[in-house]
Ligand binder design. Sequence first.
Ligand code: SF4
Ligand code: SF4
Length: 436
Amino acid sequence: MHDEPAFDGDHPPSADIVSDCVHCGFCLTTCPTYVLWGEEMDSPRGRIHLIGQGVSGEPLTDSMVTHFDRCLGCMACVTACPSGVRYDRLIEDTRAQVERRHSRSARERAVRAAIFALFPYPRRLRLLRGPLRAYQRSGLQKLVARTGLLDRLAPTLATLESLAPRLRGVPRPPARVRARGERRAVVGMLTGCVQGAFFPDVNSATVRVLAAEGCDVLIPPSQGCCGALSVHNGRRAEAQRFARRLIDTFARTGMDYFVVNAAGCGSSLKEYDELLADDPAYARRAADFTAKVRDLSELLAELGPVAPRHPLPMTVAYHDACHLGHAQGIRAQPRALLRGIPGLELRPIADPEICCGSAGVWNVLNPGPAAELGDRKAKAVLATGAELLVTANPGCLMQVAAAVHRRGGTIALAHTAHVLDASIRGLPPATLTSAR
Ligand code: SF4
Ligand code: SF4
């Protein structure tokens, strides 16, 4: 296999996109791995060069795979590129080739198998919450430190558990919630895997906000993973299976929109049309589905507010999740929604384009550099002096919270939905600052 060309004919990275790169280097300073290490091959330009070597028939080397693996998929380079290079396409196609054609070590295979047997399955994640709580309290960390696998997975899961609210008191939303007042839209809603298992309060707040803004909300309990984690890690066939199932689950519901409150999920849901383009049975349905997908803030901005906002006199730092800002170009809408709350002061975070190091499961696979990126972000967040950090992705919330904790700092954390919900219901700021 070593002398074979890096890529086969099944969706290889596009030579045309590779040739769009004019090597100007404008993307370098926004790339988190280049910021960390200053290595050309760990920059977008360097990775495009390596992909170009593969496209021209060079074999796939271990070193190439390492540089591809180190990419967070944050898409800051896509935002920064003045030539419009679709690096997102290149790395997604490259990763799918790597997963099919490159043999990983037994240890890497075990870590990845454990991750993908767990994270895309909300029920399995929920079942783990009890043991994780015990893990945190029992000092079991010392024991698991001896095993490579749990050493990587357990701290992340334990962080999830420590941040998540107690499940008791957060009932699952019913399958349909009616609009308050005049109905303006019918929306299907993704509950998500990590979001659904560890942050059910974000989903509850989302449902209340949507209903208050005149939406009937459909939440079929049988829904599964959207496939984001799989597609972002080169597991295209698995992602396609998840996508087909989700499309089937929401078929014939009559929804006008499909709303998502987790940035990473939203960005891949908006690409279902491309993911299933070669599937004659689903291509058209996937395109129809994609056209309905909206991030929560995007939909609320589109509909315009009808529910009165009550004052929330507090300072808030808003963090752009990469898959919302870079991948979906949604930056103005959440800020406008927050600024629409009387008394709320929005404070900017320095270097907003640089990833916090969460990036799906990147922080599990690359704990050292992820912690460095988290520390940089935590420093910038704490420098704002804000009382509350708001973002729209569970991974970012956990990553920044863990880093703030390491620095001995304190800041309350919330999803955009929490803040809107508190304002619409007339709750005091303390509801948000003492919630977690
Ligand atoms: S996606 Fe992010 S980590 Fe990957 S090359 Fe682009 S900027 Fe760097
Ligand atoms: S990806 Fe874009 S910004 Fe980066 S070197 Fe190539 S052309 Fe320049």
